[in-house]
Design a protein around this ligand. Structure first.
Ligand code: ZN
Length: 69
């Protein structure tokens, strides 16, 4: 089942733009995110986010499989 993914337009203090799955409590507001399409795994969502930002990372809470330190 695919889920909608979004990337945060605002970077974290370390420069990462976090990728979130719909329903995540840490999802940025509608004015601060870019829609990445529907994906069945966070890895393809992160790849899509790299077209927008060079430094991206999966959200620790909703996309832990794609989160790196
Ligand atoms: Zn998240």
């Amino acid at each position: 089942m695919t889920k909608r993914y979004y990337v945060n337009d605002n970077s974290q203090p370390n420069g990462d733009h976090e990728v979130h799955k719909e329903g995540c409590a840490w999802m940025p507001g509608a004015g601060n995110r870019t829609y990445l399409g529907e994906h069945d795994h966070c890895s393809t969502a992160v790849a899509a986010a790299r077209r927008h930002y060079s430094q991206v990372n999966g959200c620790y809470h909703c996309s832990r499989a794609c989160h790196t330190q």
